[in-house]
Design a protein around this ligand. Structure first.
Ligand code: HXC
Length: 514
């Protein structure tokens, strides 16, 4: 065969595989509002950068009518490409080929890419659209999942791992995404569950739709399994590209420095935060007043909204924000917000992204529901995460810092490097009303006018503790700063901390309150 003919032959072979599961299956995929696997990768990556590997891989299963059955690419597409110039490894399951089900050859393609990403220290992005373990392959399919889970764990904290759910993700298939750092879902398209509606009907006799069981909103709002929610696949890819630009390629590199496009806007932060400590405000406005270009990328926006986490940049360098959100339940900490915050701190610490904590909370949420849900265990995760982390940490107390909330939210005692407080900060064991009721109960009860006495005692407690100066007098905070100086202090703290080098005792690993 001449060279030209050989190239033509290669192209013909590839075209056949590009057809995936055939025109009918592709039509069905499109009718569901979904792109095909290859279209997805191309939409995600920089133009003309995708290079595909293992296109000719075949399965060798002979059971249940599989002998010689053509499954193009064995139902998964793998390769490398670039996002905003940053190299990434990628795989996308092709639902048009045997429902994107995971057989051993399919799994081997994915694990090849995972090994590659880990060795090259580049992020890996997995697009999931699959009926789960390929039933005809039995234990071989299960082995494939096990190999993936092991590598997810190995890569954790070394390279960013991103999962995109763009179709069903059923059974054990959900556990790889759950082991990765960020899970993206798309409204009406993403479905994640351990047991599908049909099994639930058979076992429990309950009728429930796939959407209600494990649709995108369920995981973005209720379960907390998803970190980013999009209305469409295109919006989802834009979110992934933005995230990749914000985070480093691995735990030894820094995220690319991005020069701000506009000069820093002057905000009057006192206009954002009301003087009355009981009045709510949106803490994201304070974050936007601190970061370059007011550009804040929120993570888990719809879940546990009483806490806010996400990325922004200061002088072009990525920082992570952890904040209480006074707009939702007064910014109180509970089980879900504790999980959300603790996990984010650990991500930032793994990848050396400095953490800026904005504190304004009345403490941990009291009550039987939270106690029974394990607020002790969940709440302890924040204490563990801050204490364990060695990355640069800056805390700013905006208003309330009561009780356990004061300690938990990046206090000096958990080794924040810089703790600043605004003059409006109130650092106390609890709010003045509650405190007065407890410690002056006898005097209030025995007074001629108990209501007046209570007011007096509340004021007395406020005068003593509802300010930052007692904490400042002990050195628990480094400086009381005017709100308009916040960015200036943050900038200098980040510069000073850029060469930070502290350790923790050597051990195999600790035991965080999982
Ligand atoms: C083999 C599968 C498959 C699977 C789907 N297909 N899932 N083939 N193994 N797991 C095939 C179908 O036979 C069909 O082939 C094609 O993919 C499209 O599937 P449809 O059912 O026609 O599509 P749809 O109606 O959209 O339904 C999608 C679905 C459904 C909801 C995902 O297929 C489904 O419920 N599949 C099984 C899900 C499941 O229980 N998986 C095992 C989980 S257990 P043809 O040839 O007709 O086009 C598991 C254990 C792992 O994963 C444990 C690790 C810890």
């Amino acid at each position: 065969m001449s060279e030209d003919k050989k190239v033509l032959d290669l192209k013909q072979r590839m075209e056949k595989i590009y057809g995936g599961g055939g025109a009918k299956a592709v039509e069905k995929q499109k009718a569901m509002g979904k792109l095909t696997a290859r279209e997805r990768i191309i939409a995600l990556l920089d133009k003309d950068t995708f290079q595909e590997y293992d296109i000719f891989v075949k399965h060798d299963n002979t059971d249940f009518g599989m002998q010689g059955k053509e499954l193009p690419g064995d139902g998964v597409i793998i390769g490398t490409g670039f996002i905003l110039g940053n190299p990434v490894a990628v795989y996308a399951q092709d639902f048009t080929v045997a429902g994107g089900s995971l057989g051993f050859a399919h799994a081997r393609k994915i694990t090849k890419m995972m090994d590659y990403a880990l060795n090259m220290r580049i992020p890996i992005i997995g697009i999931n659209d699959s009926g789960g373990a390929r039933i005809q392959e039995g234990v071989n399919a299960l082995a494939g999942y096990g190999e993936i889970f092991f590598r997810n764990t190995l890569s954790s904290g070394v390279i960013p791992q991103i999962s995109v759910i763009l179709g069903p993700c059923a059974g054990g298939a959900v556990y790889s995404p759950a082991l990765t750092d960020f899970v993206f879902v798309v409204d009406k398209i993403s479905k994640m569950f351990i047991t599908g509606p049909e099994v639930i009907k058979t076992v429990l006799g309950e009728d429930i739709s796939a959407e209600d069981l494990g649709g995108a909103r369920v995981h973005a709002e209720i379960s907390g399994n998803a970190h980013f929610f999009a209305e469409s696949e295109d919006e989802c890819f834009a979110q992934i590209r933005r995230l990749i630009s914000m985070i480093p390629a691995n735990n030894k590199n820094k995220a690319e420095k991005v020069v701000p496009s506009k000069p820093l806007k002057k905000y009057d932060i006192t206009k954002i935060v009301p003087a009355d400590p009981s009045e709510p405000y949106d803490v994201r406005d304070v974050i936007r007043a601190i970061v370059d270009d007011s550009d804040f990328m929120e993570v888990m926006e719809m879940f546990a909204a009483n806490a806010v986490i996400g990325f922004g940049r200061v002088n072009g360098e990525t920082v992570g924000f952890v904040a209480n959100q006074p707009l939702v339940f007064a910014g109180v900490l509970d089980c879900d917000s504790s999980d959300k915050i603790a996990r984010f701190i650990r991500f930032c610490d793994s990848f050396n992204i400095p953490i800026i904590t904005l504190e304004d909370l009345p403490g941990y949420l009291p009550g039987i529901d939270q106690e029974h849900a394990g607020v002790i265990r969940h709440g302890a995760k924040i204490l563990y995460a801050y204490s364990e982390s060695t990355v640069a940490k800056i805390t700013i107390i905006l208003r309330k810092a009561y009780g356990g909330g004061y300690i938990a939210m990046g206090s000096r005692h958990l080794r924040s490097d810089f703790v600043f407080a605004w003059p409006s900060a109130e650092i106390a064991v609890m709010g003045a009303e509650g405190a007065a009721n407890i410690i002056f109960r006898k005097e209030i009860m025995e007074a001629e006018d108990p209501a007046k006495m209570r007011e007096l005692k509340i004021q007395e407690y406020k005068d003593k503790f509802a300010n930052p100066y007692v904490a400042a007098s002990k050195g628990y905070i480094d400086a009381v700063i005017a709100p308009e100086d916040t960015r200036k202090f943050v900038e200098q703290a980040l510069s000073v901390a850029s060469t930070k080098d502290v350790g923790r005792p050597k051990k195999k690993h600790g035991l965080p309150p999982f």
